[in-house]
Design a protein around this ligand. Structure first.
Ligand code: AP5
Length: 220
């Protein structure tokens, strides 16, 4: 059975880290709207040029822009066997648009997993977060450092800090998340497809909890 997993959670809750692991363990497509947008900014595409000011300010890019990007990826051949959504949906209109596009292809979402993490943990994680500029592998200066400082274990690329991880922008991103989160959690609670995981646990424990949920969805 193909899996269509949605990861929800605040900035720094571990969505990207866990989405990469789950996608690798289940041979799923990892769809990170943040990575897509940062890639578009780097490539100076029309969407990237338009999105850049929203990313730099820590604000959400408009729903229609993001929905179009996700629709294209979900329909791509490499996502036919299933996917993990990381950072999408982020608003109720995005969740409704996702349901509509999955309805068009006749394959509903398997469910949504909410990574719950206290705000102070999230702030410390983001402050120490680093990532590979070339392949995107995530690191943390304390919890998950690369073997050689500044060098990616996976590809040898430069390990750097993200532009929107500066303190004021992080505060704005957390505020934006708080504004939208309740509606999104209620949306999936009402659909009875929401599971919660304590995202404050060590990486391996969070991964195991997610795998157990996905095992259940696979069997169902
Ligand atoms: P996006 O890239 O999606 O960022 P985000 O949601 O703010 O999430 P983060 O990437 O900050 O955190 P994460 O939950 O992935 O945590 P991570 O695994 O890295 O979005 C960026 C911007 O793009 C938005 O502000 C917006 O402008 C735009 N955008 C994106 N999607 C959009 C949408 N749908 N609509 C509109 N606009 C959109 O972990 C963080 C750190 O903690 C890492 O260093 C990691 O190593 C470490 N860590 C992770 N888990 C653990 C653990 N269990 N224990 C210890 N350390 C851990």
């Amino acid at each position: 059975m193909s899996l269509r997993v949605i990861l929800l959670g605040a900035p720094g809750s571990g969505k990207g880290t866990q989405a990469k692991r789950l996608a690798a363990s289940r041979a799923l497509c990892h769809l990170s709207t943040g990575d897509m947008l940062r890639g578009a900014v780097r490539a100076r595409t029309p969407i990237g040029i338009e999105a850049e000011r929203f990313l730099d300010a820590g604000r959400l890019v408009p729903d229609d822009m993001i929905v179009g990007m996700v629709r294209d990826r979900i329909r791509a051949a490499d996502c036919a066997a299933g996917f993990v959504l990381d950072g999408f949906p982020r608003t109720v209109p995005q969740a409704e648009a996702l349901d509509a596009m999955l309805g068009e292809v006749g394959t509903p979402a398997s469910g949504a997993i909410h990574l719950k993490v206290d705000p102070e943990v999230v702030v410390s994680r983001i402050a120490g977060r680093r990532g590979c500029r070339a392949c995107g592998t995530p690191y943390h200066v304390d919890y998950a450092p690369p073997t050689v400082e500044g060098v990616c274990d996976a590809c040898g690329g430069a390990v750097v800090q993200r532009a929107d991880d500066e303190a004021d922008t992080v505060r704005r991103r957390l505020g934006v998340y708080d504004e939208q989160a309740r509606g999104l959690i209620d949306y999936y609670t009402e659909k009875e497809t929401l599971e919660s995981v304590d995202g404050s646990q060590p990486l391996e424990a969070v991964a195991a909890a997610i795998e157990a949920i996905v095992d259940r969805w696979s069997e169902g």
